[in-house]
Design a protein around this ligand. Sequence first.
Ligand SMILES: Cc1cc2nc3c(=O)[nH]c(=O)nc-3n(C[C@H](O)[C@H](O)[C@H](O)COP(=O)(O)O)c2cc1C
Length: 318
Amino acid sequence: MIVKGVANAVKEENGVRFYLAPLEGITTFIYRNLYRDMFGGVENYFTPFIAPVSGHHFKNRDKRDILPENNEGTPLVPQILTNNASDFLFAAKCFQEYGYHEINLNLGCPSGTVVSKGRGSGFLAYPEELDRFLDGIYTQADVAVSIKTRLGIEKHEEFLEIIKIYNKYPIYELTIHPRVQKDLYKNKPNWDMFERALEISKNPVCYNGDINRYEDYERFRERFPAVDHIMIGRGIIADPGLVRQIQTGQTLSDSERLVFVQRLCEEYDKIMPGEPTLYKMKEIWSYMCRNDSDGMKLWKKIKKTKKLSEYKNIMRSL
Ligand SMILES: Cc1cc2nc3c(=O)[nH]c(=O)nc-3n(C[C@H](O)[C@H](O)[C@H](O)COP(=O)(O)O)c2cc1C
C-alpha cells in the first residue's frame, strides 16, 4: 500500500500546483511535450485513458503514447480505464516497469460506449463491484494509485455513498470533477458537493472542472483556499498560457499562440502527415477559438478547410 507522502513536496509560488488533465485525442505525447517545452508550470501530465485489451495487451497507439522515449522529461501519470482488477494490475505493472510511479484510475468518463460497459463513471452505478475492485487493486498494486472521479450517475448526492467506499482505501490522490455522468459537460460543476467531499474525504483531494480563465481560478481560490491541487483540461487547450498567467500574470501573446500551433502542426505532420494532422489541428482550434468573436471568425475559416495545405495558407495569413 502506498500513501501520498513527501515525494511531491515542491510547491508553486502561490501554493497551488497544477496538472494537465487527460483529453483523449488531444493531450497526446506530441501535445504534452510541446506544451512542457513552451510553457511548463504543470507538475504532472495525465495520459488519456488506456484500456487494456483482453488478453493483456495495449493498442499500439496507446503504447506509443506512454513509451518512456516519447515522454522524456515530462512527468507522466498513465491513466487506466477498466473494471477488471486483473487487467488493472497487469497494466499498472507494465507502466511501473516503464518507470512511472503513479497510475491513475478513470472513474469519470461519461461517454455512452464506456458507461454501457460499466467502466469510467459507469462503474459508479455498481458500488459493491467497485468496492471489490478497489480492494483487489489496493491490496495488490505496489505503485501509487490515484483516482479521477465524477460524483455519480444521476444525482450529485450519490457521491456521499461513493466517497464512503473511497475512504476505505489509501488513494494517492482523489481528483473530483463534480459533475454526474448524465451532465456530460453540461451544467456547472457542483461546488457545494465538492465542499462536502473535501470535508469527508480521508484522502488528498484535487479539483477539476471549468477553470477556463484566470477569473474562474480566482473565484475557486476564494471559495477553496485550502485546495492546493487543480487539474485543468479545456482551459489550457483554449489558452496554453493560462497556468503561466495564474502563476506569473503573463498572458499569452498572439505570436506565442501562433508559434505553439505551428510547432504542434509540424510535430503531428512528422508522424501522421496530411489529413490526420489537419484533423488534430482543427480539434485544437475548436477550443482555442471559443473565447472571442474574432476567434469564431477564424474558426469558421479553419473548419472549412479540407486539406492541410489550405490550413497552412490560413496560418500564413495570420
Ligand atoms: C475531448 C475530451 C476528452 C477527454 N478524455 C479524457 C480521458 O481520456 N480521461 C479522463 O479522465 N478524462 C477525460 N476527459 C475529461 C477531462 O479530463 C476533464 O475532466 C474535463 O474536461 C473537465 O475538466 P476541464 O473543465 O478542466 O476541461 C476528456 C474531456 C474531453 C472534453
